[in-house]
Design a protein around this ligand. Structure first.
Ligand code: TTP
Ligand code: MG
Length: 415
């Protein structure tokens, strides 16, 4: 095996409610639910541990959360404040090691492998960082330490809130053997269901499965899950200094199966997303669509483009292809669109540089100039100054209410 790695995963406890409580200490010790009002149609983004005792959890409809915990304090959320605290946490992470991957607003991986001489005891360091975060921000976090990212994440989740768990080198496989497969980062609903059909329920069972069969069923990803179940995770901490994905979603005021409305709303959301993409001088390789039906069944599907792009029209083509393939004639509650696998858009004095065939390059460049002109007009006169026919067909309220923007952040990036 390679030299022993020390990867720490730090995840804030009930992050949104905790920030709300720091800003308003009167909330301390109370059930707090962030996501909207008790009669709103959205879902819970996060619940304080006091509210979780009543069974409230993330992604639960607010109305149900209200029935379970009517005394809770419901808040709509304050993204700016969450970003501010997230940045404070990033600064603390970075004061210990430059090898930091901020995986989301409230969590990060810190690689201490090369820091052995600097810090006599890495496990002790976990608790020191935990204390510093509490002192400087007033927020509680949980820390996991292990030889790889997946195990560190499992460890940080193991004793929440305010836990510290160190999975010693060589003990990873045994530590996770009895856990349900879903506890392994990267195993979602679909993979879980498929594995259940194959008779694999625990990570121990996954470790004993045939790796070639997993490779056939799930591709290289399946093989890597098998390795993780066997205590091997060599994926590296990706110091992230840039945004990783940009997405937007809307919960409709009334569930709808009106295809024009669904397509128009997605067009509008993508227009917003691609404007942000260009503003950040990025291009994207993957488009992801989310459709949530009335019964909360949610499907997320993505498609990889042949070349990265920042052009709305190109992304739109892929979005519509995904929509037409996956949209069922059932009432839709929420739609979302996202772009990821971002790379920098290299702007040169005489235009953009694309590592693509010349004809494609030319078309991309023409579109890019057009889009940049639109961006400039919108910057001067507002976003609504230019809209596509599909967007114009939407009621103005659709464009204002309840659309949430999510960026998988990186360190030091502005919104
Ligand atoms: P998590 O770390 O998953 O949850 P948490 O910090 O609220 O609670 P804990 O880690 O102690 O279990 O997510 C971090 C924040 O991301 C969370 O406070 C709110 C936001 N979030 C959503 O907006 N929607 C979601 O579905 C989830 C899971 C999180
Ligand atoms: Mg958290």
């Amino acid at each position: 095996m390679n030299r022993q790695r020390f990867i720490m995963h730090i995840d804030m406890d009930a992050f949104f409610p905790a920030v709300e409580t720091v800003m308003n200490p009167g909330l301390k010790g109370k059930p707090v639910i962030v996501g909207g009002g008790p009669t709103d149609r959205g879902v819970v983004a996060s619940a304080s541990y006091e509210a979780r005792k009543f069974g409230v959890h993330a992604a639960m409809p607010l109305a149900r959360a209200y029935r379970l915990c009517p005394k809770a304090i419901f808040l709509s959320g304050n993204f700016k404040a969450y970003k501010y605290f997230s940045d404070q946490i990033s600064q603390i992470f970075l004061s210990y090691t430059p090898d930091v991957e901020k995986a989301s607003l409230d969590e990060g991986y810190l690689d201490f492998t090369s820091c052995g001489l600097l810090y006599p005891s890495i496990p002790e360091l976990g608790m020191i960082i935990q204390d510093e975060i509490a002192q400087k921000t007033g927020l509680s976090c949980s820390v996991g330490l292990a030889s790889g990212k997946a195990f560190a994440k499992i460890a940080s989740d193991y004793k929440k809130p305010h836990g510290f768990v160190y999975i010693k080198h060589g003990e990873e496989k045994e530590f996770i053997a009895d856990m349900p497969i879903r506890d392994m980062p990267g195993i979602g609903e679909m993979v879980e269901a498929n594995m259940h059909r194959m008779g694999i329920f625990t990570l121990g069972e996954l470790s004993r499965a045939n790796p070639d069969m997993l490779l056939r069923q799930f591709g290289v990803w399946g093989k890597s899950l098998w390795e993780k179940a066997n205590g091997i995770d060599e994926s590296s901490v990706q110091s992230s200094w840039s945004v990783k994905s940009i997405s937007r979603n809307i919960t409709f005021d009334h569930d709808t199966r009106d295809q024009e409305k669904i397509a128009g709303t997605l067009t509008y959301l993508l227009d917003r997303v691609s404007t942000t993409l260009r503003k950040k001088k990025k291009q994207a390789r993957v488009v992801t669509i989310t459709l949530r039906y009335s019964n909360f069944d949610t499907i997320t599907r993505q498609q990889t483009l042949s070349h990265p792009t920042a052009n709305t029209q190109v992304l739109q083509k892929t979005m519509f292809s995904l929509l037409h393939t996956h949209l069922q004639y059932k009432n839709i509650r929420l739609v979302g669109i996202g772009v990821s696998h971002l790379s920098p858009m290299e702007e040169r004095e005489h235009g953009q540089q694309f590592l693509v065939p010349p004809a494609y390059h030319y078309q991309e460049q023409k579109l890019y100039s057009l889009n940049k002109s639109v961006d400039r007009i919108r910057e001067a006169y507002g976003f609504a100054s230019i809209e596509s026919a599909r967007e114009l067909a939407l009621h103005p309220s659709q464009k204002r209410v309840r659309h949430n923007t999510f960026e998988r952040h990186a360190l030091g990036e502005e919104d």
